[in-house]
Design a protein around this ligand. Structure first.
Ligand code: GAR
Length: 203
């Protein structure tokens, strides 16, 4: 089976990238990572990628916190395209995705979010869950469109909220679930068990 070429964007620690890379080391999967990118040159995810010998780099930071200027986002889109990316995985990428990425990768871009969407979109979803007093939260992988955390849901995993939970404890429990969910979804997309709008490998 032809391998699915994956590009990964992240802004932080990169634990979900590591979880995916680990599954790829342990199992024979029709997946290859073509490029790892970030909006932060100091993001740990880039260090991890480089230490594995994967091509990785950051775009310019820009002057806004929550989004990139179109010409800067275009740098990321360009890099991903040059790497032959067929699926973009947002793994802790903290900028709102705009037209430059969407125009090129609509229907080919998924995002991992730390709640059971549509509940608690936006930042620090685990804190939102604690404040709301819910008994259960979780994580979601969804297709990316122009609505923040609003694209159609691909798969979710449930996580209990415990009475003694702090924000850190709950986030850690959600991350354990994320580390299983994200590799599972990427594998199932690559192996054709999750429907694509159009399989990027079939011309
Ligand atoms: C993950 O928990 C992910 O769900 C969250 O950032 C963390 C990244 O962790 N993403 C969002 O909140 C996106 N809105 P990682 O860098 O260790 O993979």
């Amino acid at each position: 089976m032809k391998k699915l070429r994956v590009g990964i964007l992240g802004s932080g620690q990169g634990s979900n990238f590591l979880a995916l890379a680990k599954v790829m080391q342990n199992e024979e999967l029709p997946i290859e990572i073509g490029w790892v990118g970030s909006d932060r040159a100091e993001a740990k995810i880039l260090e991890h990628a480089k230490s594995m010998g994967l091509p990785a780099g950051a775009c310019r930071r820009g002057k806004f916190k929550t989004k990139l200027e179109p010409e800067i986002e275009e740098e990321l889109a360009q890099k991903l395209a040059e790497a032959g990316t067929e699926l973009v995985v947002l793994a802790g990428y903290m900028r709102v995705v705009k037209e430059p990425l969407l125009a090129r990768f609509r229907g080919k871009m998924i995002n991992l979010h730390p709640s059971l969407l549509p509940a608690f979109p936006g930042l620090k979803a685990w804190e939102q869950a604690l404040e709301a007093g819910v008994k259960e939260t979780g994580c979601t992988v969804h297709w990316v469109n122009e609505v923040v955390d609003g694209g159609s849901v691909i798969r979710q995993m449930r996580v209990p909220v415990k009475a003694e939970d702090t924000a850190e404890l709950l986030h850690a429990r959600i991350q354990e679930a994320e580390h299983r969910l994200l590799p599972e979804v990427v594998r199932d997309l690559a192996e054709g068990r999750i429907p694509w709008l159009k399989d990027p490998r079939k011309k």
